[in-house]
Design a protein around this ligand. Structure first.
Ligand SMILES: Nc1ncnc2c1ncn2[C@@H]1O[C@H](COP(=O)(O)OP(=O)(O)OP(=O)(O)O)[C@@H](O)[C@H]1O
Length: 233
């Protein structure tokens, strides 16, 4: 796929022929220098932006051919997003924030509340349901954002610097949660990160440079680390 931004007479090619296949249940990181095109790729894969040329298939569906309402519905049902800044709504509680995608997806209020409660429990926040974002720590806020991203049980979770704003210990907790979601729910996860410690633990690492995928490595990731740690005397 190619993505260009046009400014007057100037055309800036930000994705220069990216060809990427993700397998269901994979956990992948995208690393690369600032400006390499990582967020742009994530936005295109998440249908928040469209490629200038090329296709994006989810199974048999080429999402670049969907109408705007079809695209919005597809996004709501299929993709969860976690950003560096959580974008929680300050005047709503953790539970209400986590319910939002379900309400947008026309899930009945009672069921939306149940699902949101379940997801907040999954991220370890069942004791904070009625707190507003301002009454939560940074890590707790990000966990609410993850619960919100999960409430429609998306097949794909896209995370853009999910712990870029958090201290090391809190980041580690959020990373543990992401690994657990991938492991237990078999959710496909694509994470853009500058955190090399996280990238090292993820089974597939893709490096971007100047709008291209220049390296695609697979390894045991954290599971391998844990296995070797378990074998250690
Ligand atoms: N809407 C836009 N209009 C014009 N140029 C854009 C737009 N969005 C991104 N760019 C440019 O595209 C390039 C890639 O941006 P992108 O945000 O994808 O990089 P990145 O690899 O995610 O960087 P970082 O690690 O700093 O977040 C940058 O040079 C940026 O200025």
């Amino acid at each position: 796929m190619v993505k260009e931004f046009t400014h007057g007479a100037q055309v800036l090619q930000v994705l220069r022929g990216v060809d990427l296949t993700l397998e269901p249940g994979e956990m992948v990181t995208i690393i690369g220098a600032s400006g390499a095109g990582k967020s742009t790729l994530l936005h295109c894969l998440g249908t928040l932006d469209l490629p200038t040329r090329g296709s994006i298939f989810f199974g048999d569906t080429d999402i670049t051919r969907l109408s705007p309402p079809e695209l919005a519905s597809f996004r709501n049902q299929t993709i969860g997003f976690v950003f560096q800044f959580h974008h929680l709504l300050a005047e709503f509680t953790a539970l209400e924030n986590a319910m939002m995608p379900a309400l947008i997806g026309r899930v009945a209020v009672k069921e939306a509340r149940e699902r949101a409660g379940e997801m907040l429990k999954a991220v370890g926040l069942s004791h904070r349901l009625n707190h507003r974002p301002g009454e939560l720590s940074g890590g707790e806020q990000q966990r609410v954002a993850i619960a919100r991203a999960l409430v429609m049980q998306p097949a794909l979770l896209l995370a853009d610097e999910p712990t870029g704003n958090l201290d090391t210990r809190t980041s580690d907790e959020v990373h543990d949660l992401l690994f657990r979601l991938n492991d237990e729910r078999k959710m496909t996860l694509l994470i853009v990160t500058h955190n090399m410690e996280l990238a090292r633990q993820v089974p597939r690492r893709i490096r971007m440079e100047d709008g291209r995928l220049v390296d695609d490595q697979r390894g045991p990731g954290r599971a391998g680390d844990e296995r070797s740690a378990a074998k250690a005397p």
